[in-house]
Design a protein around this ligand. Structure first.
Ligand code: ADP
Ligand code: MG
Length: 243
């Protein structure tokens, strides 16, 4: 579904991704962890073409991302993205937040978009809030709306960049629960998170990136958590700090 091949990226003279290669198959849940500043957000943003790369290739569902003939907005509409900050439109109701991109980007009718959007809102357990504005919802609820909004676009893959790290602790669980159920239903997901409980539950693979944007580990969750002695010293160091 996603092939990241020998990708390197620089911001000016500073290299932030160093020869990264990752393959994500349909239905995989790949958890990406690593220290702050290691390039996790940059890596995930390259996957929907939000960040240009200087070396390597990325293919999403068979489409080469950096090919000049690729219709990037169209491809992007099929890659769901959920960020740390929910980025809902504050002046639009929940329902309008769910439908606007379906109408403007996918060309759906307002009625179709509403049916689809509300179905996804129901799925994240927030139907009762459909007419509210984002400011009237808790952080956890806003993040669930952001997930519903991404799902409304019928994505082939969902990318999450630390979706729970800006939330109050009591709201982390409700967002992780939605993500766990998505994973169990077979959604292809790439998730930057330090929530190792989530990784243990549903990850098919865990990737560790070190400062400088180099992937030091890419292994199954059983290998990652079950064989600490087999891990790189930098990974052990990191896990000791967060666990
Ligand atoms: P992470 O998500 O792992 O914390 P990031 O991908 O955000 O890391 O950042 C990786 C590195 O790239 C950091 O050193 C960061 O300071 C740098 N960086 C990120 N965005 C930019 C930018 N727009 N311009 C210059 N440097 C950046
Ligand atoms: Mg980040």
């Amino acid at each position: 579904m996603i092939e990241i091949k020998n990708v390197s990226k620089w911001y000016g003279p500073v290299q932030v991704l160093n020869d990264c290669s990752v393959n994500i198959n349909k239905g995989d849940v790949v958890v990406v962890c690593g220290p702050s500043g290691s390039g996790k957000s940059t890596l995930i943003k390259t996957v929907n073409g939000l960040e240009p790369i200087q070396k390597g290739n990325i293919t999403v569902d068979g489409v080469p991302l950096h090919d000049p003939s690729t219709d990037l907005p169209k491809l992007r509409s099929r890659v769901g993205m959920v960020f740390q900050h929910f980025e809902l439109f504050p002046h639009l109701s929940v329902t309008e937040n769910l439908t606007i991109a379906q109408i403007k980007v996918l060309g759906r009718s307002a009625d179709d978009a509403k049916v689809r959007g509300l179905k996804m809102l129901d799925r994240v357990g927030l139907m009762a809030h459909k007419d509210k504005f984002p400011g009237q919802l808790s952080g956890g609820q806003q993040q669930r709306v952001a997930i519903a909004r991404a799902l409304s676009m019928d994505p082939v893959v969902m990318l999450f960049d630390e979706p729970t790290s800006a939330l109050d602790p009591e709201m982390v669980g409700e967002v992780l629960d939605v993500m766990v159920s998505l994973a169990k239903e077979g959604m292809t997901m790439m998730v930057v998170t330090h929530e190792m409980g989530f990784a243990r539950k549903v990850a098919s693979r865990v990737i560790f990136i070190d400062v400088g944007g180099r992937i030091l580990e890419d292994c199954s969750k059983d290998e990652f958590f079950g064989n600490p002695d087999g891990r790189q010293p930098r990974t052990k160091d990191f896990l000791n700090k967060i666990l």
